[in-house]
Design a protein around this ligand. Structure first.
Ligand code: NDP
Length: 480
């Protein structure tokens, strides 16, 4: 490990930059050079509590939930404009911190707007029944390292739009863009305590947020294993929980699909962002009649994927985020070598002396019961599985504990739509894979979690519904 000029970072609590009281700091790495580029405080329980107290006060006493939706909307638009103005610098920082190729980092900045309204309920009595939407309270938000700023935006924007206050914990590997954002919040008009950003480890700081009685809701994005821990722990205080977890998504290619587009779609589906994508199309299901030709074409095209430094604009695949993730993916490459045939890759590229690089890897003749087809690898590893017909494709597609995403490639619209309806997943693409819009819902079925992010669906997850019953009958109840 080389230490160069590492920048000490601070947390953001109650509108102020806060160093950790313990003085303990966590190194943050550039995964392409393995150099330490920053250090963040390891938040202690007292700092987590302080952030929660600030969010509680901002919610209960300082009037944030009572601000009008228009006022909150104006603040969100100011944040969005700032992010747009700073997009090149943020993309560079994100790219350096996460290993994401710079051309991909530039796509990740988004904004959100709010349209929250109640309803009038059609009660059959002489009464007016209204459903009002109200913010759920203090939201604890825990995010992973693969799309750090994007994930922060997906969490903060709907919570603020709804009138909640937030304590956000980025992953300890990739906190830098969220902290950069924090540094602008005061000047953009976010009142103290409304957004707090704490750094440190999930097992300590994150877990503290989940068990804390003054946090009303946990919004978590991360692995299914940690999602299960969070759900159990949140039960003690009966918190609202939304979980955006992992996947093992099928990318399904019928023989009648546009072949060139299909090969591109198979590669893009699984290798974008080094495969560190929750919705990665890591199970490539191919109809038997085109299977050999498909594997060959996919392999040929994968040879052109340029691995390199994240900030090089020609780079199509950067390093994985950390030593730990690199070791994990290498372990799966090894397991895959004993479970299936290797078309390309299967190890680490010899060309790099430093950095957490792994080869884009395609395993074929994979059985859907193999570990590489069942467990989320979260790296550039594709498992190609043949299928006989539509029925077989559907059976394999749904034979997974996960249900985040899927894609179907076919020119037969009837077949494609039959598949769309029968696949158990929160998002299904037809003749594409991965585009995501902030206006459309995102989230999983089965062990990929529950709750939806983005658009009005995402804001709903930060709202309670209050029923108001207004008696329109002037007579006494007359019961006694
Ligand atoms: P982890 O589940 O390991 O960590 C996610 C976050 O949870 C981190 O901030 C981590 O902190 C924190 N954390 C860890 N343990 C606990 C705990 N006991 N209590 C509270 N918080 C905790 O996931 P990764 O960061 O490794 O991210 C990869 C995973 O995220 C993959 O499974 C992927 O599929 C999923 N993901 C899902 C998405 C979706 O939309 N469905 C989108 C993106 C990723 P720290 O790491 O700092 O210790």
């Amino acid at each position: 490990m080389t230490v160069t000029q590492s920048t000490p970072e601070a947390m953001f609590i109650d509108g102020k930059a806060i160093e950790g009281a313990s003085g303990k700091r966590i190194p943050v790495f550039d995964p392409s050079t393995e150099e330490v580029i920053a250090e963040i405080p390891d938040a202690s329980a007292s700092e987590i509590d302080r952030a929660i107290a600030a969010a509680r006060r901002a919610f209960d006493h300082d009037g944030w939930p009572q601000t009008t939706a228009q006022e909150r909307g104006r603040i969100l638009f100011r944040i969005a404009e700032k992010l747009r103005a700073e997009a090149p610098q943020l993309a560079e920082l994100e790219s350096r911190n996460s290993g994401k190729p710079i051309v991909e980092a530039e796509y990740d900045v988004a904004d959100a707007a709010t349209k929250i309204s109640g309803t009038v309920n059609p009660v059959p009595d002489n009464a007016l029944s209204l459903s009002l939407k109200e913010p759920v309270g203090v939201a604890g938000q825990i995010i992973p390292w693969n799309y750090p700023l994007l994930m922060a935006a997906w969490k903060l924007a709907p919570a603020l739009a709804a009138g909640c206050t937030c304590v956000l914990k980025p992953a300890e590997q990739t906190p830098l863009t969220a902290l950069r954002l924090a540094g602008w919040l005061n000047e953009l008009g976010v009142p103290p305590g409304v957004v707090n950003i704490v750094t440190g480890f999930g097992e300590t700081g994150g877990a503290r947020m989940v068990e804390h009685p003054h946090v009303d809701k946990i919004a978590f994005t991360g692995s299914a294993a940690v999602g299960k821990l969070i759900m159990k722990s949140a039960a003690d205080t009966l918190k609202r929980v939304t979980l955006e977890l992992g996947g093992k998504s099928p990318n399904i290619f019928f023989a009648d699909a546009d072949f060139e587009a299909a090969i591109d779609g198979a590669l893009f589906g699984v290798f974008i962002n080094q495969g560190e994508v929750c919705s990665a199309g890591s199970r490539v299901l191919v109809e038997r009649s085109i299977y050999p030709k498909f594997v060959e074409a996919m392999t040929e095209k994968a040879r052109n994927i340029k691995l390199g430094a994240p900030l090089d604009r020609e780079t199509k695949m950067g390093p994985l985020v950390s030593r730990e993730q690199c070791d994990r993916v290498c372990k799966y490459q090894q397991i895959g070598r004993s479970e299936a045939k290797v078309a390309i890759g299967g190890g680490q590229p010899a060309a790099f002396k430093r950095g957490y690089y792994v080869e884009p890897t395609i395993f074929y003749d994979v059985d859907n019961s193999a570990r590489i087809a069942r467990e989320e690898i979260f790296g550039p590893v594709a498992t190609v599985i043949p299928f006989e017909d539509e029925r077989d494709a559907l059976k394999i597609a749904n034979d997974t504990p996960f249900g985040l995403a899927a894609a179907v490639w076919s020119r037969d619209i009837y077949k494609a739509l039959r598949m769309v309806k029968a696949i158990r997943a929160g998002i299904v693409w037809v003749n594409h894979m991965q585009p995501t819009y902030v206006e459309a819902p995102w989230g999983g079925y089965k062990q990929s979690g529950f709750g939806r992010e983005l658009g009005i669906h995402g804001i709903d997850e930060y709202l309670e519904t209050k029923q108001v019953h207004i008696n329109l009958n002037e007579q006494p109840i007359g019961w006694y």
